[in-house]
Design a protein around this ligand. Sequence first.
Ligand SMILES: CC(C)(COP(=O)(O)OP(=O)(O)OC[C@H]1O[C@@H](n2cnc3c(N)ncnc32)[C@H](O)[C@@H]1OP(=O)(O)O)[C@@H](O)C(=O)NCCC(=O)NCCS
Length: 170
Amino acid sequence: MNNIIAKEEAAPASDENVWNGSLRKMTLDDYDAVFELWDKTEYVSLNECDTRDGMAFYLKHNPDSCFVAEADGRIVGTVLCGHDGRRGFLRHLVIAKAYRNKGIGTQLVAQCLAVLSSKGVGKCNIFVNSENVRGLEFWKQAGWYMVDEEFVTMQSPTAPLTMPKAVASS
Ligand SMILES: CC(C)(COP(=O)(O)OP(=O)(O)OC[C@H]1O[C@@H](n2cnc3c(N)ncnc32)[C@H](O)[C@@H]1OP(=O)(O)O)[C@@H](O)C(=O)NCCC(=O)NCCS
């Protein structure tokens, strides 16, 4: 878990909060800037999939559905999107604090949903840390709903686990 809270203050929502940046597809060339943004943002869990190799693999499989937002000459927002043929999955929707409440997150999500829809994927899922109150509020305001509060996410490595020697011999 990487719950380091960035020191910048979030911009308050207001009608004057106009964003003059642009969105484009993410490429591996964006990796360093994207990782730096993720690393300093609250509620972003980083793991082996977020290494440069992991991102090369992800972007190769999802070349049309991962986006960055740019403003003032830098990357200020990201979203990763992929699908398994049934459901889409969004990850790492992150907006730099100084650029929040300008509609960037909403636009990034809309881009992803448009790509998924064009591919015939009818629904999209997002995993939200249950302590991420602002994140949950964002998704609910946007019309997303909890599928079933009784489901939990479980996970397994795809290859057998290697037991550490001390444990294996005991
Ligand atoms: C959650 C997060 C992605 C939202 O991004 P964002 O760019 O601030 O989202 P938006 O600006 O599109 O929407 C935020 C609010 O601003 C409002 N807004 C959008 N454009 C606006 C504008 N031009 N002027 C005023 N308000 C605006 C939206 O209606 C929305 O209102 P709400 O608070 O009632 O939902 C961002 O807070 C973030 O990066 N959080 C940390 C990481 C995180 O939690 N990610 C989600 C993980 S599941």
